[in-house]
Structure formats: structure tokens, C-alpha cells
Design a protein. Structure first.
Length: 471
């Protein structure tokens, strides 16, 4: 069980990655931050100005340990809201280790993961959603994830949640009044106004929730499944997209037996391309398992690239058979996605091997969103495919839309929605204010959990426990 973060202790941590480097930063936060470092540099910190760097010799007992650049801050004008000293030392693991030992000997405590950010939250420097965004920012490995985290850190999402809460708090107060005047049967809450307000709030929450899968896909990588009968060129396409000979390609149908997933970032959006086993009826158990996995991956993908062979589309009969095949696949995928409670992925039909036969014009099989002509082997049409895949995600990011990516936030929004819906039902049933207040307050509480206005301690420990030490 972590120590309580506001227990009056002074914490210290190496905030840069362990190991050798040009510079390492050791951070100290808490009431003893200044005096402890002051002692290490023999009384030469106290006179320093907060926010101004000072070059000082840090001592380890009698001996100099390092020449360090000290950056002191005075709370509340600091990241944590407490007194802080950052020691920028030379990046030697030995110096960092010794400095940490000296600090602990002087009464500091090594910080727990995320404890600096947790203190920032508890001192009101950041709300919870913003504090989580710091974690996401540190974890961001590609442009899309980075942009989402920066947006959330900016506080737009928190502002919106706070505005929701503010309006609900006013209604809650009026409901309380009705409770006080319970005997006299007066209504302080304007029922129509309340209904309108809650309905528009529900619309906005629905919008935020529907953006979740987009936000999540951007943060984690957009899953794109490559699907189709054997020999259509699925593995060739994966290799062509990756520009690397990753999957085995051969003209033997049934070459790919298992799913194979590779990550690729295209113009800032990260994709997870999944090559799958060719779909066909088979009596081979292993192949059948591969095909089952292919369907499962496709059902939860945001895009399904359904490959067909241009040579099968040269006559009407072939086109009709392929159309039926795609319709069946589309029906199967949408049923599976609904079963999973996921949005149905976009099916792009790729007419492959157009180096061998022309792609038919005016052929739009039902169930497919678009038809693109490509040659995986000759790398024809791949630019258009890449553009199409990134289009919606790039524009979602460009519009600066608020995209919920955090599961915890989604859950709180869902519970808010459920509670507000119940309140509306209660309103329709003519419930009195005190009864409405129960669901209404539940909605308020759930919203409050997002920004941390309402937070059980175990939730905080869970959130900050996933951070790195020193942040
Ligand atoms: N001419 C031509 N041949 C291609 C093209 N794409 C793939 N091929 C060939 O088609 C054959 C099958 O390719 P694969 O990529 O192994 O096909 P697959 O869909 O992965 O097949 P399975 O793994 O068996 O399901 C190979 O001989 C490829 O070289 C293309 O655009 N043009
Ligand atoms: Mg293959």
C-alpha cells in the first residue's frame, strides 16, 4: 500500500532513464527539498532565486560529488505545488546513485511511480484527466498518440466535463430545495428546462462515446485485417506495405496458416496490419483454426482489406460470384462486430493483380465501402490505399476534436449516460425532486471521477501506480 502522498515527506527520484548519458536529472519535492540540497552544496542554495538555474558543487560528505546545475522552485509555483529542486548532474549512474543515497540519508524518501504527478493533482495543479495525459504523453510512441495526449493535457476535455458538472450541480441544488419543502409540494426544478438540458447533454455524451473507438485506434494503432480466399496476394500486400519481406509468399494456396501482425506508421497514424490465412473450406484442423482466427481478427478490425483477383472479374459470372462472396463476408463481419459490441469495420475491396487483368469499371459490390484497384506485386495503387486508410483519422486529429481514449473515462461517461437516462425516465414518470436527485447525483459523481473532483483513494493509487518513477 503506497504511503499517503501528502504525508509531509520529501520525495526524491532519478527522473531520467537509468544508465549512462550526457545529463541526468534528480528531482526532489517537499518541504525539505531546499534545506537538504542546501546542505549538499554547503549553504549555497538558500540565496538562489526560484526558477533560476544555479551552478553549484554538490558534496558527498567531505568530497565533491559533482558540479551540478540546480533548478529550484518554491511552492505553490512549481509542478507539484510544493518546493522542488531539480539537480541536473552529469549522467553517470554512479553519481546518480550516490546523490540518491545522500538524499535518503538526509531524510528524503524515494518517490513511488507517478508520485510527483499525483502530488501535482492533489495540490490542484492538474486535474485527474490532465495528470493521466502526462502519463499518455510519456508513453506516446508515435505522432497520433502524442497529439491525443497533448490535446488532453491542454484541458479541453476537462473544461467540457466541468461545464457539464456545473450545470448539473445547479439542478442538484434546486432538487435539494424541493426536498426541504417536501411537504408543500413546490417544484423548483423547471421540468421542461431540465429535460432539454439533460437531452442535449446525452447527445454530447453519445458523441464523445462514439469517438472512443477512433481515439483508441489512433492511440493503439488502427487494426487493418487483410482478408480473402487463398492466393489472392494478401501476404504479398503485407510485404509491399511494409516494404519488407515479412510474410511467406507462394503460389501454393493455403501458404499463410496463422495471423501475422505488423505495425507501420503512415504519415503520423499508426496501423496494425494483420495478414491472415486464406478463407476456404478445409478439412485440415490447423488450417481451419487459422481461418477461424482470420475471421476473429477481421471482426474487431477498423478496416478489412478484402482481396479479390482481377482475373476472376473479367466476365459477368465471375463478377457475380465475387459479389456474393463479398456480401456474405460483409454480413458475417457485421454480425460478429455487433456481437463484440464494436463498431463494424470499413470494408475496402482491393482488386489485386491488375497487372494481369484490368479491374472492372462500375463494379460496386454491396457491403463494401470502396473498391480500389491494385497490384501488390507491382506496387500499383498502394499510395491511394494508404491515403484512404489514414484519411478519417488524420481529419479527426486535424479538427482538434475531443477524442476519448481512456477506458476509465469511457466507463464514467457510460455510467453518467445511464444515470441521466434514468433521471429522464423518472421525470416522465412524474417522480418528485428527491427521487430524481438519486440518479442525478450519480451522474454528477461519475462525471466528477473523470477530472478527479470525486476520487476514491484506490482509484488514485491505481492511476498513478502505472506511471514511471520520477514523474
Ligand atoms: N502478378 C501478380 N501476382 C501476384 C500479385 N500479388 C500476389 N501475387 C502472386 O500470387 C501468389 C499468391 O500470393 P500470396 O501473397 O502468397 O497470397 P495469399 O493471399 O497470401 O495466399 P494464402 O496465404 O495462401 O492465403 C504468389 O505467387 C504471388 O507472387 C500481383 O499483384 N500480381
Ligand atoms: Mg498468405
Amino acid at each position: 500500500m503506497p504511503a499517503h502522498p501528502l504525508d509531509g515527506t520529501t520525495i526524491c527520484a532519478l527522473s531520467t532513464p537509468p544508465g549512462r548519458g550526457g545529463v541526468a536529472v534528480v528531482r526532489i519535492s517537499g518541504p525539505q527539498a531546499w534545506p537538504v540540497v542546501d546542505a549538499l552544496c554547503r549553504g549555497k542554495l538558500e540565496g538562489c532565486q526560484p526558477g533560476r538555474a544555479a551552478l553549484r558543487i554538490l558534496h558527498d560528505g567531505e568530497k565533491p560529488l559533482d558540479e551540478a546545475l540546480l533548478l529550484p522552485f518554491r511552492g505553490p509555483k512549481s509542478f507539484t505545488g510544493e518546493d522542488i529542486v531539480e539537480c541536473h548532474i552529469h549522467g553517470s549512474p554512479f553519481i546518480a546513485q550516490r546523490l540518491m543515497e545522500c538524499l535518503v540519508d538526509a531524510g528524503c524518501r524515494p518517490a513511488l511511480p507517478g508520485e510527483f504527478t499525483q502530488r501535482a493533482f492533489l495540490h490542484g495543479k492538474r486535474d485527474l484527466a490532465q495528470a493521466e495525459a502526462i502519463g499518455d504523453l510519456i508513453d506516446a510512441e508515435h505522432a497520433g498518440a502524442h497529439q491525443l495526449a497533448i490535446q488532453q493535457l491542454g484541458g479541453g476535455f476537462s473544461d467540457e466535463i466541468n461545464a457539464f458538472r456545473q450545470a448539473l450541480i445547479e439542478y442538484a441544488a434546486l432538487m435539494e430545495l424541493e426536498l426541504d419543502f417536501g411537504e408543500e409540494d413546490v417544484e423548483f426544478v423547471d421540468r421542461d428546462g431540465y429535460r432539454k438540458h439533460v437531452t442535449s447533454l446525452l447527445d454530447r455524451i453519445a458523441q464523445l462515446l462514439s469517438g472512443f473507438s477512433t481515439g483508441r485506434a489512433i492511440a493503439e494503432g488502427v487494426p487493418v485485417a487483410i482478408l480473402g480466399a487463398p492466393n489472392r496476394g494478401k501476404s504479398t500486400l503485407l510485404n509491399a506495405l511494409l516494404r519488407e519481406d515479412r510474410a511467406i509468399v507462394s503460389d501454393t494456396p493455403g501458404t499463410t496458416r496463422d495471423t501475422l501482425e505488423e505495425v507501420l506508421t503512415l504519415e503520423g497514424i499508426r496501423f496494425r496490419f494483420i495478414d491472415t490465412a486464406g478463407l476456404r473450406d478445409t478439412t485440415d484442423d490447423i488450417e481451419a483454426e487459422g481461418i477461424r482466427r482470420a475471421w476473429a481478427k477481421a471482426a474487431s478490425a477498423r478496416f478489412v482489406l478484402y482481396l479479390v483477383d482481377a482475373r476472376d472479374l473479367v466476365d459477368t459470372e465471375g463478377r457475380e460470384a465475387t459479389t456474393r462472396e463479398i456480401q456474405d463476408a460483409a454480413a458475417r463481419l457485421s454480425e460478429a462486430a455487433i456481437g463484440l459490441g464494436e463498431p463494424v469495420g470499413v470494408i475496402l475491396v482491393l482488386v489485386n493483380k491488375t497487372d494481369l487483368a484490368p479491374a472492372p469499371s462500375n463494379w460496386y459490390p454491396e457491403g463494401a465501402e470502396e473498391v480500389l484497384a491494385i497490384s501488390a506485386e507491382e506496387r500499383i495503387g498502394l499510395d491511394d490505399l494508404e491515403k484512404r486508410l489514414g484519411r478519417d483519422y488524420r481529419s479527426a486529429l486535424a479538427e482538434d476534436r475531443i477524442l476519448v481514449t481512456n477506458l476509465r473515462h469511457r466507463e464514467a461517461l457510460q455510467r453518467t449516460r445511464d444515470a441521466l437516462q434514468k433521471a429522464l425516465e423518472g421525470l416522465d414518470a412524474g417522480l418528485s425532486g428527491d427521487l430524481l436527485a438519486v440518479d442525478h447525483k450519480e451522474a454528477l459523481e461519475q462525471l466528477g471521477r473523470i477530472t478527479g473532483a470525486v476520487t476514491p483513494d484506490d482509484l488514485l493509487d491505481h492511476i498513478f501506480g502505472n506511471f514511471c518513477i520520477g514523474k
